[in-house]
Design a protein around this ligand. Structure first.
Ligand code: ZN
Length: 134
């Protein structure tokens, strides 16, 4: 069962997961900074924090490589995001990706459980990306 969201970490996890989907095992500060629209030093700090929290190893001059625990978190964050997108697309919300990010920051367990019950067997989100299984 998922616990409360840490907004910044969730965003990093989602970004790292999309890099993994493209076959990139290491994510560096430059790439993360571009994806999240933060400074390179902030991105560097974010990646270091994840490694310090036990989600992977920070390889100097390269970037973060997730371990198994980190990969599970990254999948979980991405799954929740894409399940929310399914709901929002069904409601006709046009900017469902942006809205899904906001909702994921404030919603609680019962919302996520209802999402799983309704959309848990979907394979793809409305933009055609695969919904990872956790
Ligand atoms: Zn999507």
């Amino acid at each position: 069962m998922r616990t409360k969201f840490d907004t910044k970490k969730e965003a990093v996890f989602r970004t790292v997961y999309s890099a993994l989907e493209k076959g990139l095992v290491v994510i560096g500060p430059t790439q993360l900074a571009e994806e999240l629209g933060v400074s390179k030093s902030t991105a560097h700090k974010m990646l270091n924090e994840l490694s310090e929290a036990g989600y992977g190893i920070y390889v100097p001059k390269k970037g973060l490589v997730l371990n198994e625990k980190g990969e599970i978190k990254a999948k979980e964050a991405t799954r929740v995001h894409r399940l929310i997108e399914c709901l929002l697309a069904e409601l006709g919300v046009e900017d469902f990706c942006e809205e899904a990010i906001k909702i994921s920051m404030v919603a609680g367990t019962s919302f996520f459980e209802a999402l799983e019950a309704r959309y848990g067997d979907r394979k793809y989100c409305p933009c055609g990306k695969r919904i990872p299984e956790v």
